[in-house]
Write a protein that binds this ligand. Structure first.
Ligand code: AMP
Ligand code: FE
Ligand code: FE
Ligand code: ZN
Length: 291
């Protein structure tokens, strides 16, 4: 039994609907899937329904962007309460920032005499958490770039002319937010960050796991993260980070996480839930204490 715990849909920068994503997962025989859209849990309810219809276990999730010592880190949240008020309020704030950032990037492109319209890009994105991939797709549709790689290389990568900074919380804040929402916090694709030296401090801040298996991790890299996770006493997760059909073929199915690791993650989530509930009960008993 296997799982893919890192997936995106149209609710952020993926191309599949939840239903299409589950249909793409089906031939691979996954026992469990998690949805980890950037800064939104909007896709979790439809994804849960599509998984139920396909007899696949579903775990709600999210991917947050954080910053630590000048490095951009992605923190995955798993098993969280998708109705948690603080989580939804923070997500709404990040979504507003993302929408404003798309406008900034389009304005920068306009200064380069590339005639894109921000309203059209946002309408085409049609989601609350748009990102650079939506701007890349608009550049491709306008015939300015041949593919997404070219769009990032020429315009959208950090330091390129249309890049605009994105507001980021600290990694500690992201971990605390996920824990308060009853979810586990996992460092996404550390192999892409070149910030391994920060991992012990993230674990001190409450990080529950490391994404050891990822499409962009080599076997050697995955082994290194498995050893590191063992040494630090944290969990290992994995997923394809599928964003839809890339060059015709979706990434889903390229990473298969053994189901035992999902069980360990679920046990950790249950612990976090219990302590989140205890903290809430303590808070309300303080609030209701007679003065
Ligand atoms: P954003 O969240 O707006 O900063 O955009 C980051 C997203 O862009 C990532 O989650 C990927 O989906 C995608 N991405 C990042 N770098 C590249 C790249 N070089 N080529 C294509 N897509 C990329
Ligand atoms: Fe993405
Ligand atoms: Fe990521
Ligand atoms: Zn991702």
């Amino acid at each position: 039994m296997f799982a893919d715990l890192h997936l995106h849909t149209r609710f952020s920068d993926g191309l599949f609907t939840p239903e299409e994503l589950v249909a793409a997962a089906r031939p691979h025989g996954f026992a469990a899937l998690a949805l980890t859209d950037h800064d939104t849990v909007d896709g979790c309810a439809p994804m849960a329904r599509a998984c139920a219809a396909a007899c696949i276990e579903f775990m709600p999730g999210i991917e947050l962007t954080a910053e630590q010592d000048g490095h951009e880190l992605h923190i995955l949240g798993y098993g969280l309460d998708t109705a948690n008020r603080q989580l939804l309020a923070e997500a709404a704030r990040f979504q507003a920032v993302r929408q404003k950032r798309v406008r900034e990037m389009v304005a920068r492109l306009n200064q380069l005499n590339i005639p894109l319209g921000a309203d059209a890009v946002l309408a085409q994105a049609n989601c609350r958490a748009p990102g650079r991939p939506h701007v890349a797709r608009a550049l491709i549709a306008a015939g300015v770039c041949g593919d997404s790689d070219e769009a990032f290389e020429r315009f959208l990568k950090k330091g390129r002319p249309a890049w605009a900074p994105k507001f980021k919380m600290s990694a500690g804040e992201a971990i605390a937010l996920l824990h308060k929402a009853g979810g586990a916090a996992v460092l996404a694709h550390p192999g892409l960050n070149r910030a391994d030296a920060l991992i012990p401090s993230l674990v001190n801040a409450g990080l529950d796991g490391i994404e050891g298996f990822h499409t962009k991790h080599s076997t050697v890299m995955a082994e290194r993260y498995l050893e590191l996770a063992d040494r630090l006493g944290v969990l290992v997760t994995g997923g394809s980070d599928c964003h839809g059909p890339t060059r015709g073929k979706p990434l889903i199915g390229t990473v298969k996480l053994p189901y035992q690791r999902v069980e360990k993650l679920k046990a950790r989530v249950a612990e976090i839930r219990r302590s989140a509930e205890r903290a809430e009960a303590d808070q309300s008993s303080i609030a209701h204490r007679p003065s």
